[in-house]
Design a protein around this ligand. Sequence first.
Ligand SMILES: Nc1ccn([C@@H]2O[C@@H]3COP(=O)(O)O[C@H]3[C@H]2O)c(=O)n1
Ligand SMILES: [Zn+2]
Ligand SMILES: [Zn+2]
Length: 254
Amino acid sequence: MRIDIQMIGTGSAFAKNYYNNNALVACNGYKLMIDFGITAPLAMHRLGLPLDVIDGVFITHLHADHIGGFEELMLRLRFHYGKKPQLFIEGRLIEPFWEYSLRGGLEFGAEERQTLDQFFDVVPLSVGKPHEIVPGFRMEILPTKHFRDMPSYCVILNDELFYSGDTVFDPELIRSVHERNCTYLLHDCQLDGHGLVHATLQELLTLPESIQQKIWLMHYGDNMESYIGKTGPMKFLLQHETYSFPVSAPATAD
Ligand SMILES: Nc1ccn([C@@H]2O[C@@H]3COP(=O)(O)O[C@H]3[C@H]2O)c(=O)n1
Ligand SMILES: [Zn+2]
Ligand SMILES: [Zn+2]
């Protein structure tokens, strides 16, 4: 079987040549969006993808390049398409996501109090508890170290494909997913400067070659092209491209 990933964008938070680093994952007939940032509605439009292709959305963390497109997504899905997708979200993120990031725009003027579950079928996730999205398509989240104490999560799909979300360089995390036989490591990458909240290219280049061979770089800045050929065996994911990753069917969930 395969996991197909279309990179809706591959850019860092403030990149202007690239849309926000968000990905549309297709597996066993289900389409899962990983993050939906400020630029995601425009990127989907440019790709000719209507918002109702999305069956579910997973949120890695609450920075705007990962959730800034939700107001449009929620309004259009509910009132234009009449669709209520699933929302996969770590339990601790639910309240701040709704109360601090969205409620002001979605409730103001509403006659009735609005809640997140009017827009989504909310599926709370927990670290260490894999979740079967549909038969044969499984996700598992792990915490990442990103920005101070802000909760943020990476995700492993079908035990084989690791998607970092946003994280500082965390060799222990990378080695652990390598050792549990993840075949593909999609990792955010800051190409220059200090890695205060992201892994830098220089840091990723210190990993053993056997790990670098599995790494696909994403969430990069506008100067990506000047780094082509300077990433060792690591490859860049390209915006709007679809990548088809062969995977094994996961062992039976839970
Ligand atoms: N101390 C910090 C914290 C954050 N940032 C920038 O804010 C962005 C938020 O989205 P991101 O993708 O996590 O990247 C962050 C930094 O660019 C930064 O530059 N310095
Ligand atoms: Zn980001
Ligand atoms: Zn972030």
